[in-house]
Structures are given as C-alpha cells and as structure tokens.
Write a protein that binds this ligand. Structure first.
Ligand code: ARG
Length: 586
C-alpha cells in the first residue's frame, strides 16, 4: 500500500518536471485526519522557490485518478493520504489469506550463522546468560521470517582458562585424587561443587600469580589432551551440557549445531601459523600478538595500568592469539571458528554474535584479525550485537539478597512461581507448562522491548502484568480471540472495513509488518514489541465497543470474526518472532 502511494506521488512529480529520487511517505501522526502523509513538497518547494502548499496542491491536482486513496493538500505543505475503506477491506482479505500475513521476504536471501549460546561448561548458568539466547533466538526467527537462511550455533565456552582454573581448584580441594593418585572412588562432579570451586579459583587467580600460572598450565594440558586432565575435562563438559541443553530448551532457544570453542581445537595451530607466515604476528612477553590498531588508534598501556585515562585514549590493544605457554585463548578459538564456519557453511554473508557490550573490544579484535589474514572475505559481514546489562529494581546489577549472582535455574523457577500466582489470582489452575509459557513470555517481552544496547531493569512484577505493555497482555488477547472463535462455530466471512476501530486495526497491522524491517535494520526487536502492543490494544478497543458473537447482521458478524482471525494471526506471528509462545487459552 505504501509503495503504491509512493509510486503515485513519484510519477506525478516526474510528470510535473520535479527532480526526485524517491517519494517516501510515512504513517500519519494524525490518524483521525489521514492514514499516510508525505512531506516531499517542502524540499521540492525550496528547489523551485514556490510555497510548499502550492506544490502540494499542484501534485494533488495532477495525481493519476485512482480508486484506492484520497490525496489532500494540507497546510503548510503536506500531502495527506486517506485510504478508502474499500481499499482497506481488500487488503485485509489479502492479508488473511497470506501465510505470512503480508510480511514479504527480502529480495536478497542471506546465508547467515548466528552465535547466541555461549554458556560456559565450567560453571552453572546465571542470570547474565539470559539475554544471548533470548535476543539471538528472536533475531534468528526474524531473519527466517524475512526469507534468510540461518544456522544457529550454541558455541559453548569449553576451551579456555575457566577449565584449567576449575580443575586445578577441584584438585587442590581433594576431589580428584581418584584420577591423580588412583585413590578412592570416582568422584561425582556436580554443579554444586563447581559453584564453589570456580568462584574460589577465579578470585584466587587475581591475587596469586603462582596459582594463575598453574591454571594456565592445566589449561594447556587439557588443550594438549593430556591425561588425566582431558578425561576430567570431558566429564565436566558432559555433565554441564546436559543441564545447559535443558535450560536452553526451557528458554525456548534452539540450535542447529552444538559446537563449542573446542570444536576448532585441531585447527588453531594452523590458523596461528597463517598469521606468522603472513608476518602479521609478533612476539610480546612470550605471547604471540596481532596488531589490529589502525592509524590514530594507539597500542595501549598494559591492562593493569594505574593510568586509566591513558588507557582510554589507547582503545585498541593487540589481539593475543597464543599465550606465553603456547595455550590458545578466547580470541584464538573465535578466529579459528570463523575459519571453520566459512568452510562448513559456505562462507556465510553474515556471522552474527550476541553477547553483552563488554565483549565488543574482543569481537572487534577478532574481526579485524580475520580480515587482516584473509580468513573472512571483505564482503562478509561480521556483526557483534552487544546488549546492555540487566539491572535490579535498585538500578544495580541484578544479584541475590546475599549479593551473589542469581542462577538461571532460579530465575526460571521464579518466573514459573510468579506467573502461576498471577494465573491463579485470575481464577485459573495453571499447569507448569502454561506457567512457563507465560513467565518466560513475560521476561522475553520485557527484555526485547528495550533497545538492545541499553541496560534494562529486570522487574518481574511489571513484566507479569496482564495489563499494559507486557507479554502476558498480548498472550491474553490471543487467548481471548481463540475463545471467541471457538464459541462461534461459524465460518468466517469476508472482511469489510467500515468503522474507525476496524481501520485502526488495519493501520496497526501495516505498522507492525513494517516494524519487522526496522528491527532487521536496527538489529533490535524493540519496535516490534511496541507495535505488537499497539495492535493488541486496538483489538481490545474494538472488542470493548463491539458485540461480536451477538451481532445480528450476519455479514457484519462474519466480517468481525474474520477480522479478529487476522488479528490473531498477526499477533501470533509477532510473538513467534519474539520467541514467545501463544497459549491457546489462559
Ligand atoms: N562463552 C562466552 C562467555 O561466556 C560467550 C561466547 C560468545 N560467542 C563467541 N563466539 N565468543 O562470555
């Protein structure tokens, strides 16, 4: 519809001799007056030295006769466009019969890899691990909806220092005697144990250089597949992966491949050699580094420097690709993984990563390394989508009352508990599945409503409101439509748009469909969240002002039923894209 209007204006401008490249129209900010608006006349008027309103009048008088829209010049120089009811009706029926409710696939089909798992196998998942799978999953769905081909990879954190640290601490605490001295029984390594050992080791490495050195060595032994380190490593990994799989499943995050940092273990040396061969790597304090700074970006002071200000001025440190002891690092596996993805997935057009903002320097370094050495061709887009931090209601990072990080498992349980309470207070006896769908939906909508790179407040009570800009509100509207439709038993008819509220619904659907492309551009789902809410509330207004099932006029009644079916399809598709379930009833 928008394109049709733009074409009409464009052709008229050309006919009148105005030089323009395009004639963009936007949704009207005054919905009572018109549906679309063009402000093209201001620019045209300036060029030819006329009053904008006169130009608007001239264009409107010369526009090609059509049955779909009314064009009206408006002061001081707008062209207002009113879509005729018959045009809206026709469109509504088209959308109703379209599998994707009018969302058109993009012309150029992209081949994409998305990396949005990233759980580390040495520690239990915590609340900080929520955002990657939520944002990544919905971005993947958006890409798919728009016709692109996406492979998603869990990319587990399973090859770095965390593994060395954990095993060292377990050994020091006497849990690994069975492996190291053949004494006692084979230990059961659980998350409870890791939850104690990992933080302990992580704190100790910062104050105890010998410990840190030993952890580096342990990491190297694992990477060299030395025994018993490698066996212990595999055991921890297997135990962890089971839980990670379950938690991702509860979050509704799905992956096509479950690779990890370790999947490229056999290629890292070959990759590092490429840098050496091409003269791109140099030695620095025993380690191998790649200078990725460009002109004007200085090589910075060492990380521990007191002079933070100076460090800030030198924002692009070299990437370290081999440790002093020959071990691989986070950057090494990420570079090697890009190499492998290009091999296995036919050099994707884009590789997209989802982690919090704090890793943006890491990715910038990795991406630059890949471009420098030629692993990633120039036209391949390597994209890091960095998100903000989740804050508690007090504005501080979200923690337990005791000040420790909140486990992901506990967050999920809390979501289930709170949404159950909420559903019960509405007179329902929810199953765990329903409570999970509502609870997770609430949290996802809350997280995705936020512009992706900004910090956001984790406020479950607000997220779980059944009224307002929340996931449950939209789920509830869908369930309400389901219930009307199942009560009706009647075949739906043709949509005839006659009234203001019906028109508003159509405009909101058009806006919602447009927001998919905006989200794609911005790599943030907030505009879809906003427009799905607008549509749900337009439906609610319509519903409050109209009797649907008891409408006496059969044609009208059937049209209403068809219209709300369309609304349901559009809302469901939007929730699906956000990774939110639409329960049949609630
Ligand atoms: N394991 C990493 C972490 O916990 C996240 C991994 C993100 N993906 C990647 N290819 N680096 O911070």
């Amino acid at each position: 519809m928008k394109k049709q209007i733009e074409k009409l204006i464009f052709n008229t401008c050309k006919k009148l001799g105005y030089q323009i490249d395009s004639a963009d129209v936007s949704f009207s900010k005054l919905p009572d007056i018109c549906d679309y608006q063009s402000n093209i006349c201001f620019a045209l008027a300036k060029k030819v030295g006329k009053a904008p309103f006169l130009v608007a009048q001239e264009i409107v008088q010369n526009i090609q006769k059509n049955d779909d829209f009314d064009f009206v010049p408006a002061m001081p120089g707008y062209i207002n466009i009113v879509v005729k009811n018959s045009t809206f009706s026709q469109l509504a029926n088209q959308l109703l019969n379209d599998k994707k409710s009018g969302v058109e696939e993009q012309e150029k089909k992209l081949n994409v890899v998305m990396d949005y798992g990233g759980a580390n196998v040495a520690k239990e998942l915590h609340v900080g691990h929520l955002c990657s799978p939520i944002i990544g999953e919905s971005m993947k769905r958006l890409y798919k909806l728009l016709g692109h081909n996406v492979v998603s990879d869990a990319h587990l954190g399973d090859w770095g220092l965390q593994m060395g640290l954990t095993i060292l601490q377990l050994k020091e605490d006497g849990y690994l005697d069975y492996y190291f001295s053949g004494k006692g029984e084979e230990p059961q390594i659980s998350f409870d144990l890791l939850n104690v050992c990992y933080p302990k080791a992580s704190a100790r490495k910062s104050v105890d250089p010998d410990f840190k050195k030993m952890a580096d060595d342990f990491t190297k032994y694992i990477q060299d597949k030395q025994e018993p380190y490698f066996t212990i490593y595999k055991k921890i990994r297997a135990m962890s992966v089971k839980t990670i799989e379950r938690l991702y499943q509860e979050l509704g995050a799905t992956f096509d491949v479950w690779y990890g940092e370790s999947s490229c273990a056999d290629t890292t040396n070959f990759i590092v050699d490429m840098f050496v061969q091409k003269g791109l790597a140099r030695e620095s304090e025993g380690a191998l580094v790649v200078d990725v700074a460009r002109e004007g970006e200085h090589i910075p002071l060492p990380k521990q420097s007191e002079d933070e200000e100076q460090r800030y001025k030198n924002p692009m440190p070299p990437a370290v690709i081999k440790k002093y002891n020959g071990a691989d690092l986070y950057a090494t596996t990420d570079i090697a993984t890009i190499y492998m993805r290009n091999q296995e997935f036919n050099t994707p057009d884009e590789i997209v990563y989802f982690t919090d903002n704090r890793q943006s320097l890491h990715f910038e370094q990795v991406f630059r390394c890949c471009k420098l050495v030629g692993i990633s061709p120039e036209n391949q887009k390597l994209i890091h989508i960095g998100f903000g931090t989740m804050k508690g209601k007090d504005g501080k990072p979200f923690k337990t009352r005791e000040g420790t990080t909140v486990k992901l498992e506990d967050v999920i349980n809390l979501l289930i508990e709170k949404s159950s309470e909420k559903l019960q207070s509405n007179g329902l006896t929810p199953t765990r599945e329903l409570a999970l769908q509502i609870g997770i939906g609430a949290m996802k909508y809350g997280a995705l409503s936020n512009y992706v790179s900004k910090d956001y407040v984790f406020d479950l009570d607000r997220f779980l409101c059944f009224d307002g800009k929340t996931g449950p509100y939209i789920q509830y509207m869908i369930a309400r439509i389901n219930s009307i439709l199942s009560k009706s038993q009647e075949e739906i008819g043709e949509i005839l748009v006659r009234e203001k509220e019906e028109k508003q619904i159509l405009v909101d659907i058009l806006k919602l469909n447009a927001s998919y492309y905006q989200c794609f551009q911005e790599k943030s789902m907030n505009s879809l969240c906003a427009s799905v809410f607008d549509l749900a509330s337009s439906f609610s207004t319509f519903y409050n002002n109209h009797k649907i099932l008891t409408e006496q006029n059969e044609q009208k009644r059937k049209s209403y039923l068809a219209l709300i079916t369309l609304v349901r399809n559009v809302l469901k598709q939007a929730l699906w894209t956000l990774g939110i379930e639409s329960p049949e009833r609630m």
